[in-house]
Design a protein around this ligand. Sequence first.
Ligand code: AHM
Ligand code: MG
Length: 341
Amino acid sequence: MTKKRRFMTLNRHIQEGERMHPEATGELSELLHQLGLAAKAISMEVNKAGLVDILGFTGDENVHGEQVKKLDMFAHDILIRAMDHGGHFCVMASEEEENIIHIPKKHRIGKYVLLFDPLDGSSNIDANVSIGTIFSIYKRVTPHGDPGTLEDCLQAGNQQVAAGYIIYGSSTMMVYTAGHGVHGFTLDPQFGEFLLSHEDIRTPDKGRIYSINEGNYLHWRQGLKNYIKYLQSDEFATKPYKARYIGSMVADVHRNLLYGGLFIYPADKRNPQGKLRLQYECNPMAFIVEQAGGLASTGFGRILDIKPEELHQKSPIYLGSKEDVLLVEKFLKEAEDDKHD
Ligand code: AHM
Ligand code: MG
């Protein structure tokens, strides 16, 4: 990597991207910049998580006599505090809150909509496993100037103008797309900046990894059982696929994005709509993966074309390398057709 590239900060990259679009107002750059700041604050707190027990912060109060919040609520609050006063958003929604989040009256109301999952995979925190923040940005569909409404939050994923995730792993990375490829930035803890480390990420057309909670096998539909058995069989290519499942969507998807492969959270007998939330998890990840050359499917159709009806709607998801997604769709369809023969 050249010296020049190493010092391509997130902010500069966003601004340069925007300069290529003369019609752009600079607002998207600014709000992505603010998201980067919130990400740094969350990252610092996540890194401290392991110290909580040692320093005795686990009760309701910390050493300063303040209430200690669970990390996912901390991340939720930080994001709201970082994003509600910039004048960019008309409404927000978080996986951690039942209803839409209004912009306080004292702040200007903007033209964008922000949906986020503040800390996905947070059940993994105590084991020091990677977790992440996921965000999704839309333009409002209701009249400008008024407070945003639920309608603004219930847009199909194909209307997203930007989406991204921050992964708090062995290093902290922010990966985002504004519809022109996918770019990854690694937080330099000494420098305190996100620096371009993965320019224009392309996911392989075909992978060697599958990621699914196989403990639910007995509850899967037949087509999925057939597909996973096929990936495990000797007849397939030269050797079986590797099973890799962290149970933290951002980490599983990030790995598969770089190496190729398929991430699945299916519908099953107990969860007919799967587990993951369309607006906070599936749509932003689908936008990113498609922008990197992959596909995102419900198993029977494109994730990004679903018109949401509820804020916390769930969707099954098959996400990753193009050929792998197409093949699993084929298996699912064949098994459905067999049922009707
Ligand atoms: P969360 O939003 O409560 O953290 O749950 C979402 C997480 C995803 O990160 C992960 O892919 C999935 O739940 C794992 O679920 P399971 O334990 O059922 O395999
Ligand atoms: Mg989540």
